[in-house]
Design a protein around this ligand. Structure first.
Ligand code: NAD
Length: 509
C-alpha cells in the first residue's frame, strides 16, 4: 500500500505543468486551482494545467488592451509580411504541433498533421489581409462629394475553444482576428491546452509583438470572466450546443459581438444509385476518423430504398482494416477517446441502442486494444430509428448508426427535422437529385459525394439551427467581417480654385 502511495506521489511530482501566456511570456497561475491533462492512449494523467482566476483574466485583457494601441497602427504590408513568417514557422514546426495533439488529444499522427494543415490554410488566407480589408469608394456621390468605406478592428477579442481540434480551431480565430488588427485572448480546452501555449511561443518567435496573443487556461471561471470583462469586444466560441447557447446569450447581453458554433449530428444519405464502394469508404473514414470526435464526423448514415443491406455489408468488410491503437504508431488509423468517462458514455449508446431495438453489428468494446487507454473500437448500429437515444444525441465517438428509409423525401425530412444542421452529405450519381438536395436541405455545409465538406479557407465554416448561435460563420470572408466594424466616410473638400493660396489651379473650370 505504502509503495503504491509512494509511486503515486512520485508520479504527481513529475507532472508537467501548463501555465498561462500573458504579455509575451509564460505566467504561472496563482489561483491555486488546476486541472488534470491525460495521455489518453496510456490512460494516465501526465500534466496539470493552471486554471485562471478573474484577476488573471483581467491581467491578460490588460496586456492585450495595451498591445492593441500600437498593433492597430501596424501597416497592412508589415502585417502581411509577419503572417508570411508565421505561416512558414508553423509549417516548419508542424510535427512538433502535431505531437502535442497526439499526446494530449490522442489522434493519430497523420490526422494531427492534417489538422495543422487545415489550420495553416486559414493562416495563408490571413496573408492576404491587405486585399481582404479593401473598402469601397464612390467618387462624386454628390457634386464634390466622395463616399468611402473602411473596416477597422474591434479591439481585444477572445476565443474559447473545444478539445477536439486543439490547434486548428484556435487558428480559425486568432489568425483572422490578429491580421485584422485586433489583439487576442485565447481560452483553450482544459483537456489538451499545450498546443495553445506552444502556438504563443511560435508567434513570438515569428515576431508578433508581446501582448497581441495571450493564452489563459481554465474552466467556467475563466469563461465567465471573459464574458463579463468590459474590455473584451467580441467572443468566438466553438464547442457543444448547450455551452454555445450560454456563451451567445451571456456575451450578447453584455454588449459583445458573439459567434458561437455548437454541436452536430451529421447525416450521410446513400441513394440507391450511389457508387457503393465510394460511399462505404467515405462513411468509414468520416465516421471513425479522429475516433468520431469531429464536429463534421458522419454519425447517421441514411440508406434510401434497397441499398441498405449491400451498404452494411460493404462497411462491415472495411471495419477490420481500421487499426485502433496509440496515435504515435503510424500503423494505427484511430486513436483513443479524450477521457475514460467520455469513452464509457459513447459505449453506453451501444447498450441503449440494443435495448431500444437497434442491431449491434459491431461492438467496439470487443475489439478495443487492451490496457488502460481510453479506447473503443469501431462500432456499427443498424436499423436505428429517430426515437432512439443513439439517433437523438450527438454521440461524438466511433459509432456509426444506419437509419433505413424508403424514399429520398423521407431522408430529407429526417435531416431537416433534426435539431442540428452542421454538415450533411449525399452520395448519388444523379446530378439532379444532388442539386435538389442542396436546394432544400436545412444544413450549413453540404457535401455531394464528399463526406466531410469542411469549406476551404476562402469560404466560411458554420452550421444552421442548433449548430450555430449568432449570424456569423467562422473564418473566410465572414471571419473578416466578424473581427472588424465598418465605417463610412463622406467627404467634401473646398474647391481648390477658391483657395487663398495660389496652387496653380485655373480660376474657372
Ligand atoms: P465543450 O462545450 O464542453 O467545451 C468547449 C469550451 O467551453 C471549452 O473551452 C470549455 O472549457 C468551455 N466550457 C465547458 N463547459 C463550460 C461551462 N459550463 N461554462 C463555460 N464554459 C464551459 O465542448 P468540447 O467537449 O470541448 O468539444 C466537443 C463539442 O464541440 C462537440 O459538441 C462538437 O460538436 C463541438 N464542436 C463544434 C464545432 C463546430 O464547428 N460547430 C467544431 C468543433 C467541435
Amino acid at each position: 500500500m505504502t509503495e503504491v502511495l509512494e509511486r503515486k506521489e512520485a508520479r504527481s511530482t513529475e507532472l508537467g505543468r501548463i501555465s498561462h501566456w500573458i504579455g509575451g511570456q509564460r505566467v504561472a497561475g496563482d489561483s491555486g486551482r488546476r486541472g488534470p491533462v491525460y495521455n489518453p492512449a496510456l490512460g494516465v494523467q501526465t500534466k496539470e494545467v493552471d486554471f485562471a482566476s478573474v484577476e488573471e483574466i483581467d491581467r491578460a485583457v490588460q496586456a492585450a488592451n495595451e498591445a492593441f494601441q500600437t498593433w492597430r497602427e501596424v501597416s497592412l504590408s508589415r502585417r502581411q509580411e509577419l503572417f508570411f513568417s508565421i505561416r512558414q514557422l508553423f509549417h516548419d514546426r508542424r510535427e512538433e504541433i502535431a505531437a502535442f495533439l497526439t499526446e494530449e488529444h490522442g489522434k493519430v499522427t497523420s490526422d494531427a498533421l492534417g489538422e495543422v494543415q487545415r489550420g495553416l490554410e486559414v493562416i495563408e488566407y490571413a496573408c492576404g489581409i491587405p486585399t481582404l480589408l479593401k473598402g469601397d469608394f464612390s467618387e462624386q456621390a454628390s457634386t464634390g462629394i466622395d463616399v468611402y468605406s473602411i473596416r477597422q478592428p474591434l479591439g481585444v477579442v477572445a476565443g474559447i475553444t473545444p478539445f477536439n481540434f486543439p490547434a486548428m480551431v484556435p487558428m480559425w480565430m486568432w489568425a483572422p482576428a490578429i491580421a485584422c488588427g485586433n489583439t487576442f485572448v485565447l481560452k483553450p480546452s482544459e483537456k489538451d491546452p499545450s498546443a495553445s501555449v506552444f502556438t504563443a511561443e511560435l508567434l513570438k518567435e515569428a515576431g508578433l509583438p508581446d501582448g497581441v496573443f495571450n493564452v489563459v487556461n481554465g474552466d467556467k471561471v475563466a469563461v465567465d470572466a471573459i464574458l463579463e470583462h468590459p474590455d473584451i469586444s467580441a467572443v468566438s466560441f466553438v464547442g457543444s450546443t448547450p455551452i454555445a447557447q450560454y456563451i451567445y446569450s451571456t456575451g450578447t447581453s453584455k454588449g459583445k459581438r458573439v459567434q458561437a458554433l455548437g454541436g452536430a449530428k451529421n447525416h450521410m444519405l446513400v441513394l440507391p444509385d450511389a457508387d457503393l464502394d465510394m460511399a462505404a469508404d467515405a462513411a468509414v473514414s468520416a465516421a471513425y476518423g479522429s475516433a468520431g470526435e469531429r464536429c463534421m464526423a458522419i454519425s447517421a448514415v441514411v440508406t434510401v430504398g434497397d441499398i441498405a443491406d449491400d451498404f452494411i455489408k460493404a462497411v462491415q468488410e472495411r471495419l477490420p482494416k481500421v487499426k485502433v491503437g496509440p496515435g504515435t504508431d503510424p500503423e494505427n488509423e484511430m486513436g483513443p477517446l479524450i477521457t475514460r468517462e467520455h469513452r464509457d458514455k459513447v459505449a453506453s449508446y451501444l447498450d441503449s441502442g440494443a435495448e431500444q431495438g437497434a442491431e449491434v453489428v459491431a461492438d467496439g468494446r470487443e475489439t478495443a486494444p487492451e490496457g488502460d487507454g481510453f479506447f473503443l473500437g469501431v462500432s456499427l448500429l443498424d436499423k436505428v430509428t429517430p426515437e432512439m437515444d443513439a439517433y437523438k444525441d450527438e454521440i461524438f465517438g466511433p459509432v456509426m448508426s444506419v437509419v433505413r428509409v424508403d424514399t429520398y423525401d423521407d431522408a430529407v425530412k429526417l435531416v431537416n427535422e433534426n435539431r442540428y444542421g452542421n454538415g450533411v452529405a449525399i452520395f448519388t450519381r444523379d446530378g439532379g437529385a444532388a442539386r435538389q438536395f442542396q436546394f432544400e436541405v436545412e444544413v450549413g455545409m453540404v457535401g455531394v459525394n464528399v463526406p466531410v465538406p469542411v469549406p476551404v479557407a476562402y469560404y466560411s465554416f458554420g452550421g444552421w439551427k442548433a449548430s450555430l448561435f449568432g449570424d456569423s460563420h467562422i473564418y473566410g470572408p465572414e471571419g473578416i467581417n466578424f473581427y472588424t466594424r465598418g465605417k463610412v466616410v463622406t467627404s467634401r473638400w473646398p474647391d481648390p480654385s477658391t483657395s487663398k493660396v495660389d496652387l496653380g489651379f485655373p480660376q474657372t473650370r
